[in-house]
Design a protein around this ligand. Structure first.
Ligand SMILES: [Zn+2]
Length: 429
C-alpha cells in the first residue's frame, strides 16, 4: 500500500518543515518527504492524491473532548464523536472521564478503547478520573487505568476543591507518569454564576462568575505542582491573569502546559446578549481584555495547544432559560475554521504556529504518539484548504449534537481530507 500526496505545502512544526513537496506513505506510515519529485511514474503502484494549493499537516490532536458514552449516547457516542473528529481534521482525541459511569476504573477505560477500535475512525485516548466518581474525595484507580490505556487524569467539570486531595493526586499521578489535567475553578467563588462577571452580566441581570474563581485555582495548582513535581496541564485557560501565571511559571522552569478553546479565542461575554444558551460554557466566555491576552499568549508560545472542549448537549436541554441550560458547546468540526479565521486571517498569527498548537504541541503535552510527519511515524495526515470559505451549518455535522455558538458564521479555512494511519477517512471535495 503506497500513497503519494503530491505538490502540497507540507507544514510540520515538529521538524520545522514548511515547503512545497511530496509526502510518501507506505504501509500506513510516513516514508519520506521529497521536494519536486516531478516523476509521476516513480512507482506505478502508488495511489496519488493531488494536494496542489493545499496544506499538508500532521493529523490534529484534541486533548479535550466529551464523548458522552457510556451513559448519554443520545448526545454523542464514541463512534459519532470520532466521526466528528475526522471531519474536523482530528486523527487523535482524548476523552474526558465525566461519562455515566465516570471513567474512574480500568473497566470503563477498556470499554472506551474497545468502542473506539470498533468505530475505526480517530484514535481515542481515555483520560481517567482523578477521584472516584469525580467526587473530589478518594483517589481513583490511576495505576490500573494507566495500565488499561489512560493517558492522563482529570476531574474535568467537577474541579477538585480539597487542596489536600489534589496534592495527593499529584503525588500519585507523578509516581505513575500521568499528567494531571486541571479544570481550574473555585466552585464556592463561582457558585450560582452562569456567565462571566462583568459589564455584560450586570447589563443582562445574570449572575456572574468572577475570573478570580479560575485564577485562584491556577495559582493553587501551580504551587502544588512545584511542591509535588507533578506534570500539570491547565485545561481551557480563559483569563488574562491565568495566562500570566502560566507564562511566569514556565519562565521559572516548571514543566506545565495549557490549552485554549477556539470559542474563547473567537468570542467574548458580549455574545451572551440575546441569551443564546449556546454561549453558555464553563469556563464562561470572558471579556475582550481576556480574549486579547489569550491571543497574545498564543503568539508568544505560552499556550501549547488548541483543544475544543467539545461538549455535546441535546437541543431540548439547551432550549431552557439561560440559568437552567447546561454548559458546553460542540467544537470538533469548527475548530480549524475558527482558529484559522480568527488567529490567521484576522490576527495574522503565523500558520505554522496554529498547526503546532493542533499537532506537536498537544502531542508533547500528554506524551502522545503522532503530531509529526517524521519518517516511520503513523501516517496521520490532515489536508487543509487555507482560503476556502464556508458557512457553519450544524445540520451537516457528523456529531449527534448541534449546540454550536458559530451558527451561520462564514469561516475561511477548511479541512479537505483526513488520513488515519494512511487510510483516508474523509474527503470533502
Ligand atoms: Zn472543563
Amino acid at each position: 500500500m503506497k500513497l503519494v500526496i503530491k505538490n502540497g505545502r507540507i507544514i510540520d512544526p515538529s521538524q520545522q518543515i514548511d515547503k512545497i513537496a511530496d509526502l510518501f506513505i507506505e504501509d500506513g506510515r510516513i516514508a519520506t518527504i521529497v521536494e519536486g519529485s516531478n516523476d509521476d511514474g516513480r512507482d506505478v503502484e502508488s495511489e496519488v492524491f493531488d494536494a496542489s494549493g493545499l496544506i499538508v499537516a500532521p493529523g490534529f490532536i484534541d486533548l479535550h473532548v466529551h464523548l458522552r458514552e457510556p451513559g448519554e449516547e443520545y448526545k454523542e457516542t464514541i463512534a459519532s464523536g470520532a466521526a466528528a473528529a475526522v471531519a474536523g481534521g482530528f486523527t487523535s482525541i482524548c476523552a474526558m472521564p465525566n461519562t455515566r459511569p465516570v471513567n474512574d476504573n480500568a473497566s470503563v477505560t477498556r470499554f472506551i478503547i474497545g468502542k473506539a477500535r470498533e468505530a475505526g475512525l480517530a484514535q481515542v485516548y481515555p483520560i481517567g478520573a482523578i477521584t472516584r466518581e469525580s467526587k473530589g474525595e478518594e483517589l481513583a484507580e490511576m495505576a490500573e487505568m494507566k495500565e488499561a490505556g489512560a493517558v492522563a487524569v482529570s476531574d474535568d467539570g467537577r474541579p477538585v476543591m480539597d487542596s489536600q486531595v489534589m496534592r495527593h493526586a499529584m503525588e500519585y499521578a507523578r509516581d505513575h507518569g500521568l499528567v494531571v489535567v486541571d479544570h481550574c475553578q473555585d466552585l464556592h467563588l463561582a457558585a450560582g454564576g452562569v456567565m462571566n462577571e462583568g459589564r455584560y452580566s450586570t447589563l443582562l441581570g445574570l449572575k456572574g462568575m468572577n475570573g478570580a474563581a479560575e485564577d485562584s485555582h491556577v495559582a493553587r495548582d501551580i504551587m502544588l505542582a512545584e511542591l509535588t513535581g507533578a506534570r500539570i496541564h491547565i485545561a481551557h485557560i480563559s483569563t488574562a491573569a491565568s495566562v500570566e501565571m502560566v507564562r511566569r511559571a514556565k519562565r521559572e522552569g516548571l514543566a506545565l502546559t495549557c490549552e485554549v478553546t477556539p470559542h474563547h479565542l473567537a468570542l467574548t461575554d458580549a455574545a451572551v446578549v440575546g441569551f443564546d444558551t449556546n454561549t453558555k460554557m464553563s469556563p464562561p466566555l470572558r471579556s475582550e481584555e481576556d480574549r486579547a491576552a489569550l491571543i497574545e499568549a498564543v503568539r508568544d508560545g505560552t499556550i501549547d495547544a488548541i483543544a475544543t472542549d467539545h461538549a455535546p448537549h441535546h437541543s431540548d436541554e439547551k432550549m431552557l432559560e439561560y440559568d437552567r441550560a447546561p454548559s458546553g458547546v460542540i467544537g470538533l468540526e469548527t475548530a480549524f475554521g475558527i482558529a484559522f479565521t480568527v488567529l490567521h486571517h484576522s490576527k495574522k498569527v503565523p500558520i505554522t504556529l496554529i498547526i503546532e498548537m493542533l499537532t506537536i504541541g498537544p502531542a508533547r503535552a500528554f506524551s502522545l504518539p503522532g503530531g509529526t510527519l517524521a519518517a516511520g511515524a503513523l501516517a496521520d495526515v490532515t489536508l487543509l484548504d487555507p482560503d476556502c470559505e464556508w458557512t457553519v451549518d450544524p445540520q451537516r455535522f457528523k456529531s449527534k449534537s448541534r449546540n454550536t455558538p458559530f451558527l451561520k458564521w462564514t469561516l475561511r479555512g477548511n479541512v479537505v481530507a483526513t488520513f488515519v494511519a494512511g487510510d483516508e477517512r474523509l474527503r470533502a471535495r
